[in-house]
Design a protein around this ligand. Structure first.
Ligand code: G6P
Ligand code: MG
Length: 216
């Protein structure tokens, strides 16, 4: 059961916005330049995975072995293409109901944080026009351990100054649900009920407005 929600911590990709399509375009371009293909099915393996680990998976797919310096160069190249794509994002990009849900809970004094692995999260929030709705932004620049490690969510609770047990995490990845539970938080799963079966509540998207707020 979901306990009272005094703070809400949101994953970014797949919860607030679909950045996976831009990651896909940039990774595919890199793979194609290296002479192999990279499909949308392959891209599923990169969701919620760090930039470095994503590159390693891509290189496995292409059967390519290179040293760390070459890897760093390729990761930088992919990121510069990705930043080009996301720089063109606008206020039409938040997923259905996302901006409205954030506004609604904020009006009821629920603290809001972002808990994302992406180092580009601040730029994305700014481009889609919702930065001002967040009390704290914890992104890939602030944490070193990937989900399912709870670091990103514990850091968010700390920045909000709210006890982990009073935080609810919104996540679309199985590793994110596990990270929330390891942080002592409740989890709302967004998306596929089979994958997210450990979440306290599972909904198709934030448009479903799932939670009874403390003031209601
Ligand atoms: C999120 C996405 C991943 C991405 C990671 C790092 O977790 O789901 O696909 O690789 O962030 O993103 P970045 O913008 O730092 O490369
Ligand atoms: Mg996600």
């Amino acid at each position: 059961m979901i306990r009272e929600m005094h703070a809400a911590i949101f994953d970014l990709d797949g919860v607030i916005v679909d950045t996976a399509k831009y990651h896909y375009l940039a990774w595919k371009r890199l793979a194609n330049e290296m002479g192999f293909d990279f499909t949308e099915t392959d891209n599923e393996r990169l969701k919620g995975v760090s930039r470095t680990r994503s590159l390693e998976i891509l290189l496995e797919i292409g059967g390519s072995t290179i040293d760390d310096a070459a890897k760093a160069k390729l990761a930088d190249q992919k990121n510069s293409w990705y930043v080009d794509y996301i720089s063109h994002m606008d206020v039409s990009e938040p997923l259905p109901g996302a901006a409205e849900y954030l506004q609604c809970i904020r009006a009821k004094n629920v603290k809001i944080a972002l808990g994302s692995a992406s180092k580009n999260a601040p730029l994305i929030l700014e481009r889609i026009g919702i930065s001002s709705l967040f009390d704290a932004i914890v992104d890939g620049n602030k944490v070193s351990k990937a989900k399912p490690d709870p670091e990103v969510f514990l850091r968010a609770a700390e920045e909000l100054n709210i006890a982990p047990t009073e935080c609810v995490v919104f996540e679309d990845a199985e590793a994110g649900i596990e990270a929330a539970h390891r942080a002592g938080m409740s989890a709302v799963g967004i998306g596929n009920a089979n994958v997210l079966k450990d979440a306290e509540i599972i909904i198709p998207g934030l448009f479903a407005f799932p939670i009874t707020l403390p003031s209601e």
